[in-house]
Design a protein around this ligand. Sequence first.
Ligand SMILES: [Zn+2]
Length: 263
Amino acid sequence: MLHGLARLLPTIESAGLDEAAVYERRTLYDRPRAPVPAGGLLRCPVCGRSASRFLPFGLGGRRNAQCPDCGSLERHRFLWLYLRERTDFFRRRLTVLHTAPEPCLEAPFRAQHGRGYVTLDRFNPHADVQADLTDLPFPDAAFDMVVSSHVLEHVPDDRAALREIARVLKPSGRAVLMFPFDPRRPTAEDAAMDTPAKRMAAYGHPYHYRIYGSDTPARLAACGLSAAVVATRDLLSGHRRRRHRVNTNHLFLARRTAAGGAP
Ligand SMILES: [Zn+2]
């Protein structure tokens, strides 16, 4: 959760602020800066920074979570390492749709893919395209890759968003999807959680609509995406998880099925 969002929580809960009113605030994206000397056993793979410690992040102040230079969090470093080591993302120029682009990833992604790289966000005026994930302004089969990290849980009708992702993927395309995921239980989702305060209590975030669970592959399949789940420990040894400060996390590599993208 963004530091700015954590500070706003009392206001969100008392005033019931909607998501747009919150995410359009520029100060939301500010992050604390603290000088951290160069050198040390930790290494951020995104920007190459070495350090003896990273910055704390999140409501509980997770230790060694945020890179002091580029601002990457554990899940960003996992995504980066996955793209670098298991895909051709950094070896070819691709057409890429990046939803709600993380600042630490946007510049290097754009440098790699140039004009084929498109960012999309509902609220952020700096995104290349302002649009809703459930109604994408792109033709069918437009992208080699869709990168969507911690966005789908914010979308009330995420099945509509997943169908749109399938539609805009080329037949050979891939989507890398990340969201809060607990494989030990079914997806937690309840339409009665209809205020920021209730969602905070149920899902740990005022604008999350669910925590994805063990039925997620079936949920994706119903929307035209076949997916394989990758856990951090599938990709990285314990030594590398500690060195890059990557916690337990999952991503889904999804491909469009024959039915995906069909009208
Ligand atoms: Zn970094």
